[in-house]
Design a protein around this ligand. Structure first.
Ligand code: SF4
Length: 356
């Protein structure tokens, strides 16, 4: 279960806290812009997002491609410099640190890549791949200590017998086993936070559950906080405590995973859930999400979802909805002018009907 950790000196009690984070990119200027000496357009990849992850918690960040999830995660790890806002990690505002000052914290916050095939060097034995981070950070005093930590990490990710796996090369492993090696390479540095970017999207369906269960075990047994990025609500529902839904650089819904999945409040979340294919005909609810996916260089006025929203009202075209608690008992926060007006029937159930 999630727990907060005390870092009162910086006003954050969370393992990771992102406050009003913005990441804007300058786009290449068009010929017309250059001829008229106008500045080019900006892409608002992330635009004022606040969220927190606690030790032992798994927060799933969900949204379509282009919604800003990965950019947010990279900025949270200071692998990208944010345009505005702050990132507190273990009580330190890392946006104020130099690259050199960041170095000791990098060990504590590790990124798990989407592609286990690209994440490993094909020329290295598994023991060397897992030891790479230890060597970069000069984290061990002897070969024996390195070996002990590497073997321990391989065992924690379930690659046993450890001695056999340690001597293999990546091409001798399955996709799921490679992802376990990549996770071991992060765990060996004893991080308090893992950021997992689509950790199962490139794996066969048959091994996905095993990797998700592994992440679940790591946060429960080792109190590691996990921010998991996924476009797949079924993946999010499988292991996460809370789900944050991103659209066009903004958070539009945040709440307990079972509540967001079972009783989605925001029309975008509802559309994502309705777009999930069902196996049984009687449960078949698949709908394609209407309209075009978000384009960070063209931000609609008002609610950014309004061009695709089946229940948009006039106000949605001009007023930006704020992320506020829904007025029902769910505890979910929602950014929608039509968030629940009745606890009996969330107003946004109209969104369901519109999509049927
Ligand atoms: Fe739809 Fe308006 Fe709600 Fe945006 S604010 S999701 S456009 S109803």
């Amino acid at each position: 279960m999630s727990s907060t950790v005390p870092f009162p000196e910086n006003g954050s009690r969370h393992l990771l806290e992102v406050r009003d984070l913005a990441v804007h990119f300058a786009l290449k200027r068009s010929l017309r812009d250059r001829m008229t000496r106008r500045s080019g357009k900006m892409a608002l990849a992330v635009d004022g997002v606040s969220l927190a992850v606690d030790s032992g918690e798994l927060l799933a960040l969900v949204g379509e491609s282009g919604s800003g999830k990965t950019t947010l995660a990279l900025a949270a790890l200071r692998l990208l410099d944010p345009t505005a806002g702050s990132v507190h990690f273990e009580g330190t505002d890392v946006t104020r640190l130099s690259r050199h000052q960041m170095r000791p914290l990098r060990r504590r916050a590790q990124l798990i890549h989407q592609d286990p095939y690209a994440a490993l060097d094909a020329r290295l034995r598994i023991r060397d791949s897992v030891a790479e981070g230890l060597r970069i950070h000069g984290a061990t005093q002897s070969r024996e200590e390195e070996r002990r930590l590497v073997y321990d990490a391989l065992e924690r990710v379930g690659l046993t017998p450890v001695e056999a796996f340690a001597e293999r090369y990546p091409h001798q492993l399955s996709g799921g086993q490679r992802q376990r090696v990549a996770i071991a390479g992060s765990l060996v540095l004893q991080p308090s936070l893992l950021v997992a970017d689509e950790p199962v999207s490139m794996l066969d369906v048959s091994v996905r559950a095993g990797i998700l269960d592994l992440l679940d075990r790591l946060r429960r047994d080792d109190d590691v906080g996990i921010l998991m990025i996924t476009h797949d609500l079924a993946t999010a529902a499988h292991v996460s405590d809370r789900v944050a839904v991103m659209y066009h650089g903004n958070l539009v819904e945040l709440g307990a995973a079972h509540t967001v999945i079972d009783r989605p409040q925001h029309p975008y979340t509802q559309a994502l859930i309705y777009a999930v294919p069902r196996v049984h005909r009687e449960e078949q609810r698949q709908r394609t999400l209407p309209g075009d996916p978000p384009d960070a260089s063209h931000v609609p006025t008002g609610c950014r979802f309004h061009p695709r929203c089946a229940i948009a009202i006039e106000r949605c075209k001009s007023d930006v909805p704020r992320l506020l608690p829904a007025t029902d008992e769910t505890g979910t926060t929602v950014a929608c002018h039509l968030r629940s007006v009745s606890s009996d029937e969330p107003a946004l159930d109209a969104g369901n009907r519109a999509l049927q």
